[in-house]
Design a protein around this ligand. Structure first.
Ligand code: SF4
Length: 336
């Protein structure tokens, strides 16, 4: 049986040819699956009953299952999804006045091992397929949630699963009708793959988790820095082609006593010179097993001021959903 969501267009065309179904029906099928959110072949009422029956003999539409949803005091909603093989992932929906952003996962677990991140403590179980990435959106839309923006920043490192992530981005922009401006990929900076993005993906937004102003600190909290050190990362960002008026977002998780000192801000400033960027400061969200602490408010503000005084746009990200472990770095995907 062919899963019409995970199959390539070629495979579907092959199936339709074998079933003597005209190929323009493939386009209609995509429209029904992605725009009209059909979860079974039988829901595709544009196809005759007979046509639906003949497709259903050979194929089906897979759907990930929402196992649980939890709503935070601030309106943030965290979803636990069950995949076809029983693995679980989480995604977080953050509704605001003018937008509703879904922070979606790209892997089950993550191999990057960032020390400040709960997902990192899981290790990598497996990559998600493109349809499992997109299905996080479809499942929520089917459950009447509005989604206007996507950040690939949930569980996993998107560039470590670049092929499936690229397919998912194409499905989002082509069939789910999300403008590339409303899709953001967040990475720790796997440089060789990062540099492929502008040629291989529509012009989505790029966010880079930088988190330190020097290699020693970054080596400690983000082991990937030993492979892709800061000076190489910033060199790549300097030459990253951006559409007119767009900037790279630099994410900086502020951890008490580790990277929240003024000298860290000064180190960061000298590193990121000539990169068109804005900076998001994310005060660390502690979780049960974490070895780090949240920085003091006064240090967060001081850090921000050091950067704004040099002309940078710096935003302190509100911690959303921390009461339900939905804040940045808190996703674990367990069903307990
Ligand atoms: S912060 Fe991102 S890349 Fe790092 S361990 Fe967590 S999920 Fe992986």
């Amino acid at each position: 049986m062919l899963d019409l969501k995970s199959a390539s267009k070629l495979e579907i065309e092959e199936l339709f040819k074998n079933l003597k179904i005209p190929l323009y029906r493939v386009r209609q099928l995509y429209h029904w699956i992605y725009e009209k959110n059909a979860s079974t072949i039988d829901e595709i009422t544009e196809f005759s009953k007979e046509l639906r029956k003949s497709i259903a003999r050979e194929a089906y539409i897979s759907n990930i299952e929402i196992l649980r949803s939890q709503v935070s005091l601030d309106g943030t909603e965290k979803f636990l999804f069950k995949l076809f093989d029983g693995e679980t992932i989480e995604a977080v929906l953050m509704p605001e006045e003018d937008r509703s952003t879904l922070c979606a996962s790209t892997q089950v677990g993550c191999a990057m091992g960032c020390l400040f991140c709960k997902t990192g403590s899981l290790g990598l179980k497996r990559n998600l397929k493109a349809n499992e990435i997109v299905d996080q959106i479809l499942a929520l839309r089917r459950n009447s949630r509005k989604i206007t923006n996507i950040v690939l920043m949930g569980m996993g490192e998107p560039l470590a699963n670049i092929n499936e992530v690229l397919k998912a981005i194409n499905l989002m922009t082509e069939y789910l009708k999300l403008s590339p401006r409303r899709v953001t990929l967040s990475t720790v900076g796997i440089i060789d793959k990062l540099l492929l993005l502008p040629q291989m993906a529509p012009p989505i937004n790029l966010a880079v988790s930088i988190n330190a102003g020097d290699n020693d600190t970054r080596d400690f909290i983000m082991p990937i820095n030993k492979k892709y050190p800061l000076e190489e990362l910033v060199r790549a960002l300097r030459k990253y082609p951006l559409k007119r008026g767009r900037r790279i977002t630099l994410e900086y998780v502020l951890i008490k006593g580790i990277n929240d000192h003024e000298r860290d801000a000064i180190g960061l400033i000298s590193l990121i010179k000539a990169i068109p960027c804005k900076i998001n400061l994310i005060p660390f969200n502690p979780y049960k097993e974490s070895i780090f602490q949240r920085p003091d408010e006064v240090d967060v503000l001081k850090f921000q001021k050091t950067l704004t005084d040099r002309g940078y746009s710096v935003f302190i990200r509100k911690s959303r959903g921390s009461d339900i472990s939905a804040a940045c770095g808190q996703l674990k995907g367990d069903y307990t």
